[in-house]
Design a protein around this ligand. Structure first.
Ligand code: ARG
Length: 594
């Protein structure tokens, strides 16, 4: 299934060449979906700009382009509106033929016949990236869930995607943790692989209290930082043990969220390259000394007093920081991994950091014009009152607590109104467990993904778990309902060969929506906004509801003829497949029954 917009672009391009020759070959056909469906499905806005350039009347030029168009296999005769907009309305026969061409489900991966990109790139998605000193909290939801969705979408397009977990496993706070571990878990040196810390948050708080109240401890902690940096073996062993244990906590959460293929490559990975990077930047004049520190001054960034704002890459005490590591990581990703697109899914508090980093990168010459760096700034999670989402005591809400509650609430939701809460319409306790797990996680993910990623958003269980509206339970239910239609219809032979017939307006509406999917994927790959996909899927399920509605739509199982019945069942099947593929690109599993 090819993007219809693309087909129209090709046809308009051909017409432009036919009408204007070389001048037309260079022009952009400017084809976009119509804003107003009454006008048509797509429009081309190229006539106005071209007419201006050529000193001609836009409407006249539009008429000439229309006359040169060969498009009657796709569309009704194009119409011209206003100053020279060319409107296209797809024919029902074309909708039917295009859907008919979608190949049957493949075993491994259903692509709905959408081709892979012809120019696959290596893409790095820098996502999740918690600091290991502490437990993961709700602030990590978006960088994790949105990062994974973006990665899934680009992977589906055929790119070679690396989900890089740039974990914070380095820095001065580790001195304190190492020292506290040495004190409280003396066995860690003999048996570093079996360290178990029930609650990292508690451990951090205790270590911090010790650090703040005991000068001797604090000075040992500072020494531990020096030892760690100089590679002292025992100190490294304790540090590694702590990081491994903290990572195990993280991966319990990734497992619960169904996040696979995450490559843990923490800040410490770049340690050995930092000195070299700083030297290189000094040698090339990109970095300069300033008050004893080594700094890069990216153009256009100033402090309040208009003094240039530095990216400090070596502190005056000789230490390297966050920015140094990020520059080293960029160099590694570009030169070693050959990444052509590097996407950071990180909170919008770090907007300036990334803006400065990317400007600094442009000064280094590491990247040619084929390398694109993007910061996808994620908004903050707020409570109902609009303040940061915290526990009742004012602490950060652990991710584990939140996910457990989501699953528990989904279970309650599934069992609501049942006399025997252990049973639900004949499901075993095990099945209910599985369903609650899928719905709970899906709800959290879908809620995150359906909001504009950059804006702050309010947390609400009621909204998240509502069965109507643009929510996971609604989408999962829509999918399961379609699957049940298929079961009820009890089709004996494969529907794949039977022709699609588009006659009724609700059939045409559903067909249009289904055929938009390749375009949505294209747009997602470009703009990286998962909420465009949730909106599309929601619109698709609404078109389906209209189609399946007794009054507004058609009869499916009891259709007027066997031919229509098979065609409509095929529309059901295609809707189910599109929902399933779309949800899978958001990292969301579906249920066959619900
Ligand atoms: N660990 C950082 C934090 O928790 C996020 C890292 C984001 N990635 C990066 N390459 N800087 O704030």
């Amino acid at each position: 299934m090819k993007s219809i917009r693309r087909i129209i672009v090709e046809r308009v391009s051909e017409a432009l060449v036919a009408v204007l020759g070389a001048e037309g070959a260079e022009a952009d056909p400017l084809v976009a979906p119509s804003q107003d469906s009454k006008r048509g499905d797509y429009q081309s806005n190229c006539a106005m700009g071209l007419a201006k350039k050529l000193g001609r009347k836009p409407r006249e030029l539009a008429e000439q382009i229309v006359a040169g168009l060969k498009i009657d296999d796709l569309c009704e005769p194009p119409t011209i509106a206003g100053p020279g907009f060319i409107n296209f309305r797809l024919k029902n026969e074309f909708l039917a033929a295009a859907l008919g061409e979608i190949p049957p489900t493949q075993q491994e991966e259903d692509r709905l016949g959408i081709p892979r990109v012809s120019n696959p790139q290596v893409v790095v998605v820098d996502m999740s990236s918690p600091n290991l000193a502490k437990e993961m909290h709700v602030g990590h939801l978006r960088p994790t869930i949105i990062g994974d969705a973006v990665a899934c979408i680009l992977e589906f397009q055929g790119h070679d995607v690396h989900r890089i977990n740039h974990i914070g496993d380095w820095g001065t706070q580790f001195g304190m943790l190492i020292e506290f571990l040495r004190e409280t878990e003396p066995r860690v040196l003999d048996d570093p692989d079996n360290l178990q810390l029930g609650d990292l948050e508690e451990f951090y708080v205790k270590a911090k209290a010790r650090f703040d109240s005991d000068e001797a401890f604090a000075s040992q902690a500072r020494q531990a930082v020096v030892d760690l940096q100089s590679g002292d073996e025992k100190t490294r062993t304790i540090w590694r043990a702590f990081c491994d244990e903290s990572l195990r906590h993280c991966h319990a959460i990734y497992d619960a969220l169904g996040i696979e293929k995450l490559e843990d490559r923490g800040e410490s990975f770049y340690n050995d390259t930092l000195a070299g990077v700083v030297q290189e930047l000094l040698d090339s004049g990109v970095a300069v000394e300033s008050d004893g520190a080594i700094c890069v001054f990216p153009k256009g960034f100033t402090r309040r007093d208009d003094e240039p704002l530095p990216l400090i890459i070596r502190k005056s005490d000789g230490g390297f920081g966050y920015a140094t590591t990020d520059l080293a990581a960029l160099k590694y990703r570009i030169e070693q991994m050959r990444a052509r697109r590097i996407i950071y899914v990180v909170g919008n508090q770090q907007k300036q950091h990334f803006a400065m980093l990317f400007t600094a990168l442009a000064m280094t010459g590491w990247a040619d014009e084929n390398v694109e760096t993007v910061h996808l700034p994620t908004g903050m999670l707020l409570n109902k009152a609009g303040s940061p989402f915290k526990t009742r005591e004012g602490g950060t809400v652990k991710l584990k607590t939140l996910l457990d509650e989501a699953v528990e609430r989904s279970r309650a939701f599934l069992q609501a109104g049942e006399d025997d809460p252990e049973k639900r319409r004949g499901y075993t306790a095990e099945q209910i467990d599985k369903m609650a797990g899928v719905i709970g996680i899906a709800s959290v993910k879908y809620f995150e993904l359906s909001h504009n990623l950059a804006t702050d958003y309010k947390f609400s269980w009621d909204h998240m778990l509502a069965l109507d509206g643009n929510t996971a339970p609604y989408m999962l239910y829509a999918y399961a309902r379609i699957q049940s239609i298929g079961r009820k219809a009890d089709v004996q032979s494969s529907l794949d060969g039977s022709p699609v017939i588009i006659e009724h307006p609700s059939e045409a509406g559903l067909a249009r929506q289904l055929l938009k999917f390749p375009e949505v994927i294209e747009q997602l790959g470009r703009d990286l906004k998962p909420n465009v996909l949730t909106e599309y899927l929601y619109d698709l399920s609404k078109s389906f509801s209209t189609f399946y509605d007794r009054k507004a739509g058609v009869r499916v199982i009891g259709a007027e003829s066997e031919e229509l019945r098979r065609s409509r069942l095929r529309l059901c099947e295609l809707t189910g497949r599109t929902l399933k593929v779309g949800l899978s690109l958001l990292g969301i599993q579906t249920l066959e029954r619900m």
